[in-house]
Design a protein around this ligand. Structure first.
Ligand SMILES: Cc1cc2nc3c(=O)[nH]c(=O)nc-3n(C[C@H](O)[C@H](O)[C@H](O)COP(=O)(O)OP(=O)(O)OC[C@H]3O[C@@H](n4cnc5c(N)ncnc54)[C@H](O)[C@@H]3O)c2cc1C
Length: 441
C-alpha cells in the first residue's frame, strides 16, 4: 500500500487528532489500527445497557480557562468542540458519598478531603521543587515519599486508594512532578465534585468516533515493524503487507512500546529506551452493572460512592448512572491487572455493591460488562504514569523523532495533560504539525 505522505499507527484519540490536522493540510494518509474498532481507549458499548457504557475515558478533564495554548477556548479542546456541537456536557458536580453509612456521609464533610488535600499539597510541593530544579530527576520523589509524614492521618490508606484509582499506579511509583504538571491545567481531581470535569451522557466513545468520519482507516491491521533506516521514508509491515510513507506517527501506548511487540528497524535509540524505562502503564478497570430495580436508596443520578472503611482499595462507584438502574465501578492499581487476568473483576464489583448497598442490591444485578485494558495486547494497561525522575521521558518521545521520519504521539507524550483523552488528541495534532514542517522543508 502507498506510498502515502504519512502513515499513522493507532486509531485512538491521538491518531484521530493527527489525522485531522494532516487531512486539513491536504496530505495523503493511512491510519493502521490493530483492533477491529476505532477509538482505542475511548471505545464505547452501545448495546449492553440502556445508556452507552464507555469502557475507557468518560470525563472531559481540565476544561479550565485560560487555555495554556492561548485563544478563547478551554484547556480541553474536545470539550469545547462537544459543547459547540450542542451536545449535553454537564459539569460533574454530583455528590461524593461514603457507604454504608446511614444517611450516606458526604465525602467533602469528612476527613478524607483533608487528608487528600494534605497529600496533594505534599505532592505539589515536591513536584514544584523538582520543576524549579529544571526537572532534575534527583529532585523528583514519589507521591508516597512526599506524603510519608502524613501516614498517621485518620484516612491515610483510604486517601492512598482514592489516588491510586485516579492515577492507576501505586503511589510509591508515581512521580510528584508528573502530578504537579497536571495541576497546571486541572483545578480538581475526579474524586471531588468539580466544574472542570464534564460528563457526556451520549458516550465519550461515540463522540470521539465522529472524528473518524472520512479518515482512511484500515482495521485489524496490527503493525509488526517500522523500518526507518532506508534511504528515505518508512516501510511499515502489517499482516496485509508493507505500507510505505514519507513519515510515520506512532500513537501506541507505552505498554505496547515496552512490550517489544512493535519492532523498530533499526531498534529504538538508547535515549528512547531509557525514556521508556521511566514511564509505565498504570492499571484501571471499569465494570458496568445493570440492576432489575433502583437499589440506590434515593441517591441522585451519577452520585459517586466510595467505601466507608479505611482501606487501600477504593473503587469509585457511579450509581444510578445517567438516571438508569446502572452502576459503573472504577478501580485502579496493581490489583486490577491481577483481577483482570484471573477474570475476577465482575466478582469484585459485585462485592463492592454488596458492601455498600447490601446483598439484596447485589442479587438485583442482571447484567455485567467489564473492561479488559490490561490484558488487551494493543493497550496493556490503563494510562501512563511517570516513575520518580521519569517525566523528561515524555518529552523525549514528544520532541525527538527518529531521523525526522518516525514521530511519536499519544497520551504518554503529553507533559501537562498526560493520561487524558484530550492530552492524547493534542499530542496527535502536535506530532502532525512537526511532520508537516519536515515534509515542507
Ligand atoms: C478505564 C479508563 C478510564 C479512563 N478515564 C478517562 C477519563 O475519564 N477522561 C480522560 O480524559 N481520560 C481517561 N482515560 C485515559 C484516556 O482514555 C487515554 O489517555 C486516551 O484515550 C489514550 O489515547 P491514545 O490515542 O493515546 O491511545 P489509545 O487510545 O490506546 O490508541 C492507540 C491505538 O493504537 C492501537 N495499536 C496498538 N498497537 C498497535 C499496532 N501494533 N498496530 C496498529 N495499531 C496498534 C490500539 O489498538 C489503539 O487503538 C481513561 C482510560 C482508561 C483505560
Amino acid at each position: 500500500m502507498g506510498p502515502f505522505d504519512v502513515v499513522i499507527i493507532g486509531c485512538g484519540s491521538a491518531g484521530l487528532g493527527a489525522a485531522g490536522t494532516l487531512r486539513a493540510s491536504g496530505k495523503s494518509i493511512m491510519v493502521l489500527e490493530a483492533a477491529d474498532h476505532i477509538g482505542g481507549r475511548t471505545y464505547c458499548d452501545n448495546t449492553s445497557f440502556p445508556a452507552p457504557f464507555d469502557f475507557g475515558g468518560q470525563w472531559f478533564h481540565m476544561a479550565t480557562r485560560p487555555s495554556l495554548r492561548g485563544g478563547l477556548g478551554s484547556n480541553n479542546p474536545l470539550y469545547d468542540i462537544a459543547k459547540s456541537r450542542g451536545l449535553a456536557v454537564p459539569s460533574d458536580l454530583n455528590r461524593r458519598v461514603f457507604m454504608p453509612t446511614s444517611p450516606p456521609q458526604n465525602v467533602l464533610a469528612s476527613a478524607l478531603p483533608v487528608t487528600l488535600g494534605l497529600v496533594a499539597g505534599a505532592a505539589l510541593w515536591a513536584g514544584g521543587k523538582a520543576a524549579l530544579f529544571s526537572h532534575d530527576p534527583a529532585h523528583d520523589v514519589s507521591l508516597a515519599a512526599a506524603s510519608a509524614g502524613l501516614k498517621g492521618q485518620p484516612r491515610y490508606d483510604q486517601c492512598w486508594g482514592a489516588l491510586v484509582t485516579e492515577h492507576g499506579a501505586e503511589l510509591d511509583r508515581v512521580s510528584c512532578l508528573d502530578v504537579f504538571n497536571l495541576a497546571m491545567t486541572a483545578n480538581l481531581p475526579v474524586i471531588t465534585p468539580s466544574w472542570d470535569n464534564h460528563l457526556i451522557p451520549s458516550g465519550m466513545g461515540n463522540f470521539i468516533a465522529t472524528f473518524a468520519e472520512g479518515v482512511p482507516i484500515t482495521l485489524n491491521a496490527p503493525v509488526k515493524s517500522i523500518g526507518w533506516g532506508g534511504k528515505d521514508g518508512v516501510a511499515v509491515e502489517t499482516s496485509a503487507g508493507i505500507v510505505r510513507a514519507r513519515a510515520a506517527i506512532v500513537t501506541v501506548s507505552v505498554g505496547v512500546l515496552s512490550s517489544g511487540t512493535l519492532a523498530f528497524d533499526p531498534a529504538l535509540p538508547d535515549r528512547h529506551r531509557r525514556a521508556l524505562a521511566g514511564l509505565e502503564m498504570g492499571h484501571t478497570a471499569k465494570i458496568g452493572l445493570l440492576f432489575d430495580r433502583d437499589v440506590f436508596i434515593g441517591l441522585d443520578a451519577n452520585t459517586i460512592v466510595l467505601p466507608e472503611d479505611n482501606r487501600r482499595s477504593q473503587p469509585l462507584v457511579q450509581t444510578k448512572a445517567w438516571g438508569h438502574n446502572m452502576a459503573i465501578v472504577i478501580i485502579g492499581g496493581d490489583e486490577v491487572a491481577d483481577m483482570e487476568e484471573k477474570g475476577h473483576l465482575v466478582d469484585y464489583a459485585k462485592e463492592q455493591i454488596a458492601e455498600m448497598f447490601g446483598n439484596e442490591a447485589k442479587n438485583a444485578i442482571t447484567k455485567t460488562v467489564a473492561s479488559s485494558w490490561s490484558t488487551n495486547p494493543w493497550v496493556r494497561g490503563g494510562y501512563s504514569s511517570a516513575l520518580p525522575g521519569g517525566v523528561p521521558g515524555r518529552m523525549v518521545f514528544a520532541e525527538e523523532p527518529l531521523a525526522d521520519r518516525v514521530f511519536f504521539a499519544g497520551e504518554a507524550t503529553s507533559k501537562l495533560q498526560h493520561s487524558s483523552i484530550h492530552g492524547a488528541y493534542l499530542s496527535g495534532q502536535d506530532a502532525a504539525e512537526r511532520v508537516l514542517k519536515v515534509l515542507s522543508a
